[in-house]
Design a binder for this molecule. Structure first.
Ligand code: AMP
Length: 190
Protein backbone atom coordinates (compact mmCIF):
# COMPACT_ATOMS: atom_id res chain seq x y z
CA UNK A 1 0.00 0.00 0.00
CA UNK A 2 1.36 3.41 -1.00
CA UNK A 3 0.02 6.52 0.72
CA UNK A 4 0.70 10.23 0.46
CA UNK A 5 0.20 12.40 3.55
CA UNK A 6 -0.65 15.96 2.51
CA UNK A 7 -1.13 18.99 4.70
CA UNK A 8 0.50 22.18 5.90
CA UNK A 9 3.64 22.26 8.05
CA UNK A 10 2.75 21.24 11.59
CA UNK A 11 -0.31 19.23 10.53
CA UNK A 12 1.15 16.04 12.00
CA UNK A 13 2.30 14.26 8.83
CA UNK A 14 5.54 13.01 10.38
CA UNK A 15 3.84 11.79 13.56
CA UNK A 16 1.16 9.92 11.68
CA UNK A 17 3.67 8.53 9.18
CA UNK A 18 5.67 7.00 12.03
CA UNK A 19 2.55 5.33 13.39
CA UNK A 20 1.84 3.81 10.00
CA UNK A 21 5.41 2.50 9.93
CA UNK A 22 4.90 0.83 13.32
CA UNK A 23 1.40 -0.46 12.68
CA UNK A 24 1.57 -1.48 9.04
CA UNK A 25 5.23 -2.01 8.30
CA UNK A 26 5.30 0.66 5.62
CA UNK A 27 8.46 2.59 4.77
CA UNK A 28 8.36 6.32 5.56
CA UNK A 29 9.85 8.52 2.87
CA UNK A 30 10.20 12.02 4.32
CA UNK A 31 12.04 14.38 1.99
CA UNK A 32 12.39 16.81 4.93
CA UNK A 33 14.27 14.14 6.92
CA UNK A 34 16.41 13.27 3.89
CA UNK A 35 17.28 16.93 3.33
CA UNK A 36 18.13 17.43 7.03
CA UNK A 37 20.40 14.36 6.84
CA UNK A 38 22.06 15.80 3.74
CA UNK A 39 22.67 19.15 5.41
CA UNK A 40 24.17 17.63 8.55
CA UNK A 41 26.46 15.41 6.49
CA UNK A 42 27.88 18.60 4.98
CA UNK A 43 27.71 17.48 1.34
CA UNK A 44 27.66 20.07 -1.43
CA UNK A 45 23.98 19.40 -1.95
CA UNK A 46 23.40 19.70 1.80
CA UNK A 47 25.05 23.10 1.92
CA UNK A 48 22.99 24.34 -1.01
CA UNK A 49 19.67 23.23 0.45
CA UNK A 50 20.37 24.42 4.02
CA UNK A 51 19.99 28.04 3.07
CA UNK A 52 16.75 27.44 1.20
CA UNK A 53 15.28 25.43 4.08
CA UNK A 54 16.19 28.09 6.63
CA UNK A 55 14.27 30.63 4.56
CA UNK A 56 11.20 28.41 4.65
CA UNK A 57 11.23 27.96 0.88
CA UNK A 58 11.04 24.79 -1.15
CA UNK A 59 14.20 23.21 -2.53
CA UNK A 60 14.23 22.41 -6.25
CA UNK A 61 12.02 19.70 -7.68
CA UNK A 62 15.08 18.09 -9.25
CA UNK A 63 16.76 17.51 -5.89
CA UNK A 64 13.77 16.03 -4.07
CA UNK A 65 12.67 13.89 -7.02
CA UNK A 66 16.24 12.53 -7.14
CA UNK A 67 16.10 11.71 -3.42
CA UNK A 68 12.80 9.86 -3.80
CA UNK A 69 13.97 7.99 -6.90
CA UNK A 70 16.94 6.61 -4.94
CA UNK A 71 14.60 5.16 -2.30
CA UNK A 72 11.92 3.49 -4.38
CA UNK A 73 13.68 0.15 -4.56
CA UNK A 74 13.11 -0.27 -0.79
CA UNK A 75 9.54 -1.28 -1.68
CA UNK A 76 8.42 -3.98 0.73
CA UNK A 77 4.90 -3.47 1.97
CA UNK A 78 4.74 0.01 0.53
CA UNK A 79 5.55 3.63 1.19
CA UNK A 80 4.22 6.59 3.11
CA UNK A 81 5.21 9.74 1.32
CA UNK A 82 5.57 12.40 4.01
CA UNK A 83 6.21 15.93 2.76
CA UNK A 84 6.49 14.79 -0.84
CA UNK A 85 5.16 15.71 -3.34
CA UNK A 86 4.97 19.43 -2.60
CA UNK A 87 4.54 20.78 -6.15
CA UNK A 88 2.56 19.72 -9.20
CA UNK A 89 5.82 18.85 -10.99
CA UNK A 90 6.75 16.55 -8.09
CA UNK A 91 3.31 14.95 -8.19
CA UNK A 92 3.67 14.24 -11.91
CA UNK A 93 7.16 12.85 -11.37
CA UNK A 94 5.94 10.59 -8.56
CA UNK A 95 3.14 9.30 -10.78
CA UNK A 96 5.69 8.39 -13.44
CA UNK A 97 8.12 6.81 -10.94
CA UNK A 98 5.39 4.66 -9.45
CA UNK A 99 4.26 3.56 -12.89
CA UNK A 100 7.82 2.69 -13.95
CA UNK A 101 8.28 0.55 -10.85
CA UNK A 102 4.90 -1.14 -11.22
CA UNK A 103 3.44 0.48 -8.08
CA UNK A 104 0.20 2.33 -7.57
CA UNK A 105 -1.07 4.98 -5.23
CA UNK A 106 -3.70 3.72 -2.79
CA UNK A 107 -4.67 6.90 -0.97
CA UNK A 108 -3.83 10.55 -0.57
CA UNK A 109 -4.71 11.67 2.94
CA UNK A 110 -5.14 15.39 3.60
CA UNK A 111 -4.62 16.31 7.26
CA UNK A 112 -6.81 19.36 7.88
CA UNK A 113 -5.64 21.67 10.67
CA UNK A 114 -6.62 25.32 11.24
CA UNK A 115 -3.85 27.79 10.43
CA UNK A 116 -4.00 29.30 13.94
CA UNK A 117 -3.29 25.90 15.51
CA UNK A 118 -0.29 25.23 13.25
CA UNK A 119 2.08 27.89 14.52
CA UNK A 120 1.33 26.82 18.11
CA UNK A 121 2.30 23.24 17.23
CA UNK A 122 5.54 24.37 15.63
CA UNK A 123 6.52 26.42 18.67
CA UNK A 124 5.64 23.47 20.93
CA UNK A 125 7.76 21.11 18.79
CA UNK A 126 10.74 23.45 19.16
CA UNK A 127 10.22 23.71 22.94
CA UNK A 128 9.98 19.94 23.32
CA UNK A 129 13.15 19.38 21.32
CA UNK A 130 14.96 21.96 23.44
CA UNK A 131 13.73 20.40 26.71
CA UNK A 132 14.94 16.97 25.55
CA UNK A 133 18.33 18.32 24.58
CA UNK A 134 17.63 17.58 20.91
CA UNK A 135 18.60 19.83 18.07
CA UNK A 136 15.86 22.37 17.31
CA UNK A 137 14.85 22.71 13.67
CA UNK A 138 16.03 26.08 12.44
CA UNK A 139 12.82 26.54 10.47
CA UNK A 140 10.57 25.96 13.52
CA UNK A 141 10.28 29.62 14.44
CA UNK A 142 7.12 31.74 14.07
CA UNK A 143 8.91 33.95 11.50
CA UNK A 144 10.08 31.16 9.19
CA UNK A 145 6.84 29.31 9.76
CA UNK A 146 4.89 32.16 8.13
CA UNK A 147 6.99 31.70 4.97
CA UNK A 148 6.61 27.92 5.06
CA UNK A 149 2.83 28.29 5.29
CA UNK A 150 2.83 30.74 2.37
CA UNK A 151 4.85 28.26 0.28
CA UNK A 152 2.33 25.58 1.22
CA UNK A 153 -0.66 27.58 -0.02
CA UNK A 154 1.11 28.75 -3.16
CA UNK A 155 2.77 25.54 -4.31
CA UNK A 156 1.42 22.53 -2.40
CA UNK A 157 -2.28 23.25 -1.82
CA UNK A 158 -2.93 22.94 -5.60
CA UNK A 159 -2.15 19.23 -5.16
CA UNK A 160 -5.43 18.88 -3.28
CA UNK A 161 -7.29 19.63 -6.51
CA UNK A 162 -4.90 17.47 -8.50
CA UNK A 163 -5.56 14.37 -6.39
CA UNK A 164 -9.24 15.17 -5.90
CA UNK A 165 -9.67 15.13 -9.67
CA UNK A 166 -8.03 11.72 -9.80
CA UNK A 167 -10.43 10.45 -7.13
CA UNK A 168 -7.58 9.74 -4.71
CA UNK A 169 -8.08 12.47 -2.08
CA UNK A 170 -9.41 11.69 1.39
CA UNK A 171 -9.70 14.45 3.99
CA UNK A 172 -9.12 13.75 7.67
CA UNK A 173 -9.69 16.11 10.60
CA UNK A 174 -6.21 16.65 11.98
CA UNK A 175 -7.27 18.86 14.91
CA UNK A 176 -7.95 16.06 17.38
CA UNK A 177 -5.69 13.99 19.61
CA UNK A 178 -2.97 11.93 17.92
CA UNK A 179 -4.82 8.65 18.51
CA UNK A 180 -8.08 10.00 17.09
CA UNK A 181 -6.34 11.27 13.97
CA UNK A 182 -4.61 7.89 13.54
CA UNK A 183 -7.97 6.16 13.80
CA UNK A 184 -9.54 8.51 11.26
CA UNK A 185 -6.69 7.82 8.84
CA UNK A 186 -6.99 4.05 9.34
CA UNK A 187 -10.68 4.26 8.46
CA UNK A 188 -9.79 5.79 5.07
CA UNK A 189 -7.18 3.22 4.09
CA UNK A 190 -7.87 0.10 2.06
P1 AMP B 1 9.48 19.18 6.35
O1 AMP B 1 10.34 18.43 7.32
O2 AMP B 1 8.66 18.26 5.49
O3 AMP B 1 8.65 20.25 7.00
O4 AMP B 1 10.46 19.93 5.35
C1 AMP B 1 11.37 20.90 5.80
C2 AMP B 1 11.89 21.74 4.64
O5 AMP B 1 12.57 20.89 3.70
C3 AMP B 1 10.82 22.44 3.81
O6 AMP B 1 10.43 23.67 4.37
C4 AMP B 1 11.56 22.62 2.48
O7 AMP B 1 12.51 23.64 2.54
C5 AMP B 1 12.31 21.30 2.37
N1 AMP B 1 11.50 20.24 1.71
C6 AMP B 1 11.05 19.08 2.28
N2 AMP B 1 10.37 18.35 1.38
C7 AMP B 1 10.36 19.05 0.23
C8 AMP B 1 9.81 18.85 -1.06
N3 AMP B 1 9.09 17.74 -1.35
N4 AMP B 1 10.02 19.79 -2.01
C9 AMP B 1 10.74 20.90 -1.75
N5 AMP B 1 11.27 21.17 -0.56
C10 AMP B 1 11.10 20.26 0.44
Amino acid sequence: MNIILLGPPGAGKGTQAKRLVDERGLVQLSTGDMLRAARSSGTEMGKRVAEVMDRGELVTDEIVIGLIREQLDRGGKGFIFDGFPRTLAQADALGRLLEETGMKLDAVIELQVDDEALVGRIVKRAEESRAAGQEVRRDDTPEVFADRLREYYKKTAPLLGYYYAKGDLQAVDGMGAMDDVAEAIAAKLP
